[in-house]
Structures are given as C-alpha cells and as structure tokens.
Design a protein around this ligand. Structure first.
Ligand SMILES: Nc1ncnc2c1ncn2[C@@H]1O[C@H](COP(=O)(O)OP(=O)(O)OP(=O)(O)O)[C@@H](O)[C@H]1O
Ligand SMILES: [Mg+2]
Length: 459
C-alpha cells in the first residue's frame, strides 16, 4: 500500500438541517455515516454550511476531491452545478439529473426509458387552473385520458414531486369517495372523504392504475449500484394510521429484494445517476413497480446500514480518487476497534440487501419455519365396529333394507331407537381385560357406554 501524502477531501455541500452530527445513538444518519468515514483516517470532511452555499460565490467555496451535494428545500441546485463544472470533483450523486426528481412526469419517463416498470399511467397537463381539455373525460367510475381509460380505484398525483397530496378515488360499487394521502401529520397519513366523487381540476396530474399491494410499501435505499437496503412499511392507503413502536418510530418490516428488484435498484441508480438514492416499490401480483424516486436518502436508525454505507462510500471515493490504495475493508472497522468482536461479526458485515459481496463470509438470507398451532379442539366422534344384530337391524330399518348402504340417524325418534338398542347391548358387568379378546371386549363395551351416555344427554 502506498503511503497517503494527503487525505482525500470530501465536500459536504448540503443544507445544514440534512447533516446533524453527534454521537447520540439515533442522531441523523448523515452524521453517523460521515463520522464512520472519517474514522477510516483516509478522508477529511469539509462542511460547506448554509451561509457559504447560499451567500458566497462558488469561486470561494472550498475545493474538494469528492462532493456530496443534493437538493432539498431552499437549495441552490444550479449554483452547485456551476461549482461542480468549475472544480470537477467526484460527485456521489450527479447534480443535473436531480432536476428530474421534482417532476413526477420526468421521473416516470426516465424510468420507462430504462425499462423499469411503472404503474400504467397518463398525464393531464393544464396551463391554467380548471382548463378544459378535450382529451380528458370524467365519468362516475372512470377517467379517460387520450382514450386511455382508468377505472376506479385509480390514483391521482400532482405532477410536482414535492406536492404530496395524492388522491385515490373509489368506485361507486364500493360506495365511492376519495382517500387523500399526505405527509405524516402526527399519527395520520391519509384521510377518507366519502363525499368527494369528482377529480381535481386545479392543476396538472398523473392518473395511474391503483396497484393492490396487500397494504405494504417497499422502500429501497441504494448506496451505489451494488448495494441496496430494503424495508417495508404499512401503506398510507390502508387506514391512514401510522404504526409506531414504543420509541415512537414508524414500524418497519425486513424485506429481501428479489433478483429482479435488485436489478431495478441498479437501474434506478444508473438512470438517475444517483449513487445514494431512495425509491418506492409496489409489489403487486408477483411483479414490482417503481412509483416514486426520491434521490438522496439514507436509512434511519440502522447501525448495520450506517456501517455498510460508510464502507461502500469509502470504496467509491478510493476508486475515484486513489485507485492505487486498497479499498479492501479492514478486518475490524475502525469505529469498532474498541468493541469486543462478537462471534457473528462475519455475518453482520454482510448486509441483508447487499447485491455484490465484500468478503467470503456467509450470509443468513432467510429463516423458514412451518408452524402449526397446537390448541385444536379434538373431533367429537367415536368409531366402533358393530356386529350386534340389534344395531344392524336398526341400520336396515332406516336405510330401506340395503345392507351395504349408509344410514344417518338424526331425528329424535331414530336416536331414541338407537339408545334403546345400545342400552340393551351395554353389559351389566364390566368384562375382564387380561387376554387380548377380553381387552377388545372391554374397549367395545366402553364405547357402547359412551354412545349411551351421549345419547342420554342429547335426547
Ligand atoms: N399506483 C399506485 N397504486 C397503489 N398505491 C399507490 C400507487 N402510487 C402510490 N401509491 C401509494 O401512495 C403512497 C405515496 O405515493 P408516492 O410515493 O408516489 O408519493 P410521494 O408523496 O412522492 O411519497 P413520498 O412521501 O415517498 O415522497 C405510496 O407509498 C403507496 O403506498
Ligand atoms: Mg413515496
């Protein structure tokens, strides 16, 4: 390994609220990951800060080898683009494609051009609010856009990616009405409005087929083309009640991506040239569809993910700026040197969603169990073989005299007949149990007694 003369500089050119550094257990993911990157000793992290980003000319912005830059509200994306043109740092997420992410139409178009499945959709573009459009028809149970019909339930999304007021309209056969989804407000993420039947007309919207997913969204978080973490959450469509655990965090379920979905994760990364990219998958009838691409997004509250993301980003930076340096992961991660190595360290180094592999250690992919509950009520039946004439005659009496046919005795009179016959057959004294035949007789007599007892109870 060649000695490093100087550290690789990583510029963090993002709005300050996106970088909360600190050592608390659950501080913001960006701080957690940058702390880990710094712990490798190969990098120097330079925070630009809001003042520099918003007020200073790009010529006086710090110079760096690699740049983490992404849009969030109030961010001067064009200014950051000019800086990138001027200094040519290695960009984790490229800047120009970030413009696409604000327009759902462009997101879908880009996804489709990369062969990534999206729900069937159509665009309704208005230049002014309430503009009448000859290609748009609304009937009670469907809308038609350029002759393409969308039956209710369908989804209506504002074309602006930052507008999260999404509406689902239900068919009249289900009572009609509309459900509005919105960004979480306390414990609510959607509200049903039974009186709303007409779609919105004040802006431009995407209409798309409602994909039944069984009530879960799959959130995918990539770090480069070879790594993706996925987790499932309850969809806001279900009942609008956000499920939280005792820490107040939204409940998440582990998910394994299928090989096709892993390929989709790679394709999303490449299509938008965003190494760190979050997107939403809808799993519906054996296929997966991307319904939303969010750009830069880290998984929250997962130390495993923080470790993985730091390792993947480190490799990315070294490959780009110091390919002569080994990007092999050290056997003990630098931020863990003082921690006792748990016996499962080999396993924890492999992510559940890792597409490629870092090492040769094994990875637990799934646990399959077959479980059957044990508190089943036993069947209330008794089987006994009868040869007694009284019982055989009873059978013939009620089945029309056919010796091989079945008989069902159900009425009170029939059951009384059966009880009378059984009473006569139950021996007064209990047979012995010594020999085999005696044991059989004993068992038979016990069963007759049981039949008698049950019949006496029900008649
Ligand atoms: N075509 C569809 N069929 C069924 N459900 C859908 C569809 N499109 C969206 N949804 C549901 O609506 C939710 C919000 O949709 P989407 O992710 O497109 O909106 P968003 O406001 O951009 O979301 P985010 O908060 O992730 O940025 C999804 O998580 C999913 O549960
Ligand atoms: Mg979404």
């Amino acid at each position: 390994m060649i000695e490093m003369e100087k550290k690789i500089t990583i510029g963090v050119c993002v709005m300050e609220k996106k970088v909360k550094c600190g050592s608390e257990v659950f501080s913001a993911p960006m701080g957690q990951i940058l702390d880990r990157l710094q712990a490798f000793g190969e990098f120097e992290v330079i925070h630009f800060g809001d003042k520099v980003i918003l007020e200073d000319p790009i010529e006086s912005w710090p110079i760096c080898d690699c740049l983490i830059a992404f849009h969030s509200s109030g961010y001067p994306l064009e200014k950051a683009e000019s800086y990138a043109v001027l200094r040519r740092p290695f960009l984790v997420n490229e800047l120009e494609p970030q413009h696409l992410l604000h327009d759902r139409r462009k997101v879908y178009e880009r996804l489709e051009s990369f062969g990534i499945h999206v729900p069937r959709y159509a665009l309704v573009n208005r230049e002014v609010p309430y503009q009448e459009l000859d290609y748009f028809v609304e009937e009670e149970d469907f809308v038609e856009v350029h002759g393409h019909r969308f039956w209710k339930p369908f989804v209506e999304k504002p074309v602006h990616g930052d507008d999260h007021s999404i509406m689902i309209y239900y068919p009249s056969s289900a009572g009609g009405g509309m459900k509005e989804l919105f960004r979480k407000v306390g414990n609510r993420s959607s509200e049903f409005r039974p009186e709303v039947r007409r779609v919105r007309r004040e802006g431009s919207y995407i209409y798309e087929e409602f994909m039944p997913t069984g009530g879960t969204d799959v959130k995918v978080y990539t770090v480069g083309t070879e790594y993706a973490h996925a987790e499932a959450r309850k969809s806001p469509v279900v009942d609008g009640v956000v499920m939280r655990n005792h820490d107040g965090k939204e409940v998440r379920y582990p998910v394994l991506l299928t090989p096709t979905e892993k390929q989709m994760a790679r394709d999303v990364c490449i299509a938008f040239r965003q190494a760190v990219c979050g997107f939403d998958l809808l799993r519906c009838e054996g296929c997966s569809y991307v319904c939303d691409v969010n750009g830069w997004s880290f998984v929250k509250n997962s130390h495993k993910y923080y470790d993985d993301a730091a390792c993947v980003l480190r490799k990315m930076f070294l490959d780009a700026k110091a390919p002569h340096l080994s990007s092999v992961i050290p056997p003990i991660l630098p931020w863990k040197v003082n921690e006792p190595v748990p016996p499962s360290e080999g396993l924890t180094r492999q992510g559940s969603g890792i597409i490629g592999t870092f090492g040769q250690s094994e990875e637990l992919r799934c646990v399959i169990t077959i479980i059957r509950h044990g508190d089943r009520t036993p069947k209330q039946k008794v089987k006994l073989k009868v040869t007694e004439e009284k019982l055989l005659n009873l059978m013939l009496k009620y089945n029309g005299g056919r010796p091989r046919a079945e008989t069902k005795l159900k009425s009170a009179v029939q059951l009384q007949d059966l009880l009378d016959a059984t009473r006569m057959l139950v021996p007064r004294i209990r047979p012995g149990r010594e020999s085999d035949s005696e044991a059989e007789d004993f068992e038979h007599a016990e069963k007759l007694r049981q039949v008698k007892a049950v019949l006496e109870e029900v008649i």
